[in-house]
Design a protein around this ligand. Sequence first.
Ligand code: GRF
Length: 200
Amino acid sequence: IKIAVFASGSGSNFQALAENVRDGRIHASIELVVCDKPSAYVLERARNFQVETYTFSPKQYASRQAYEEEIVAMLQAKGIDLIVMAGYMRLVTSVLVEPYYGRMINIHPALLPAFPGINGVGQALEYGAKITGATVHFVDGGTDTGPIIAQQAVQIDDQDTLETLGARIQKAEYELLPKVVGWIAEGRVSLDGRKVTINN
Ligand code: GRF
């Protein structure tokens, strides 16, 4: 399958995915990195893996829909089968969600439905939770509300800081996201309403 990764920042999740693809553990190809920040480090990582990049500046468009229309046209022209949101910090509209519903996933650094939105790591820490983790879910019209595909738990220790907990959650993400993308590449993930099944 052909994958497009959407990212806005460092791109360490892209890196983990690209390494798994390069090492043949995921039978897919990452065709494109879409990024809303022309200076994001993820673009450097994409170049290292010879992955094409598409960057855009949202403020140069009249609306969210306007740049999403352009992106959808490009994704369709490239025959993209799966969109992976990995640290993409923009809300999406139905322009992108409609055509890709069931073929667009996101990774979130908390155990949804707990702690959605920005700073999921800090929310869990502030709340005093004892267990948090990472979630991979299908993207729907809401924020971090789509059907859940897989989750991985991470313990919160008493002396944890945003940095130490964040690092541990990202380690879990680097395992969880490639695993889920691999399942999707093998056609093992089915979606029925909110129910997601991983078939053998
Ligand atoms: C990840 O922790 C992801 O869960 C969150 O943003 C972070 C992106 O990190 N949505 P990176 O850009 O993949 O390093």
